[in-house]
Design a protein around this ligand. Sequence first.
Ligand SMILES: Cc1cc2nc3c(=O)[nH]c(=O)nc-3n(C[C@H](O)[C@H](O)[C@H](O)COP(=O)(O)OP(=O)(O)OC[C@H]3O[C@@H](n4cnc5c(N)ncnc54)[C@H](O)[C@@H]3O)c2cc1C
Length: 385
Amino acid sequence: MMNQERYPELRAALRDLFKRFPDAYFRKVDEARGYPEEFVDALTLAGWLAVMIPQEYGGAGLGLAEASVVMEEVNRCGGNAGACHGQMYNMGTLLRHGSPEQKRRYLPQIASGALRLQSMGVTEPTTGTDTTKIKTTATKQGDRYVVNGQKVWISRIQHSDLMILLARTTPLKDVKRKSEGMSIFIVDLHQAIGKGLTVKPIRNMVNHETNELFFDNLEIPEENLIGHEGQGFKYILDGLNAERTLIAAECIGDARWFVERSARYARERRVFDRPIGQNQGVQFPIAEAHIETEAADLMRWRACELFDAHQPCGAEANMAKYLAAKASWEAANTAIQTHGGFGFACEYDVERKFRETRLYQVAPISTNLILSYVAEHVLGLPRSF
Ligand SMILES: Cc1cc2nc3c(=O)[nH]c(=O)nc-3n(C[C@H](O)[C@H](O)[C@H](O)COP(=O)(O)OP(=O)(O)OC[C@H]3O[C@@H](n4cnc5c(N)ncnc54)[C@H](O)[C@@H]3O)c2cc1C
């Protein structure tokens, strides 16, 4: 342990569970482009993916701080929380905005692992980050909504039972503010696939199950609308601070993994009759990566504290995600450099983690959009879009 860690008991319990999943496990899953079923099952059965679900619905009723430790430790042990992190924040949407009936119906089953709510369908191919322009529509017809349109990069569909879907219920031209007129629905994927929903996997740089979705008159029962019609965008935004803070924690987990592996290799690898880590040219980038990781971690805890105290935390959550994604990417670069040629060998796992951590500069929100948020909402600079 390089520093005083918060939640030592929680971490000890997680590390104990993760002993069953050594590097070779994650390497094999990556090579096979598979899904870490056993790992996700073990996390679910131990209750770790339900830490934020209130006790009355079968969860642990803990805060974002504890949830962030779970996600951090997954990445720190050599895994990647991208296989299952959707559940941590998607269930928050249901919890905050779902009806009592929806909560009773879904949350206990999500907590027990009987149902997975791993997917959220927001991004579209032609509108990208400009979410209010989405073209997928949900039109009310009798007691159901009929969905038409397309989504892209929708993750974990093949390993989830449910998806939260954002669609336009009132055309953009008929709303006062562009953020109005969108709604969110809970989609039962087993009922939808093949009956109006077509799923096309996207092969990508990492072993991350993500897909294009095509909606052709998909029918969703009206009781699957979450909250009020037209308010869906606001509900999605509500969940983003939790999502960004959890992603920051995952990046911290990655960054610590890279720093530890780099330091270990630099101590052990001998060239020119001495450990490579004796050279300051090798030491300094590792020290720098450590410093930046620890600094990013402080912002992550600040975001957690504010979120758990129900205080506004948009700036802190965004800044934590920005700093942590940058720290993990720089630590990843250092790890490749420190390992020399072996950084490229799959059996060292550095190249896999390097690919995996790169994603977080782009998804779930790109670095530019965070800078724009801070410029506009924190510094009061003029709106650029
Ligand atoms: C592996 C993976 C998994 C994903 N999983 C999901 C998921 O489960 N659900 C989901 O809904 N989405 C998901 N996404 C989508 C992800 O959220 C988007 O890719 C991301 O938000 C960026 O949107 P885009 O790809 O359309 O980029 P664009 O919006 O096309 O932007 C491209 C680039 O231009 C920059 N840019 C655009 N506009 C501006 C501006 N005004 N100022 C400055 N820079 C700008 C962006 O920062 C970015 O770097 C996933 C993406 C990936 C790669």
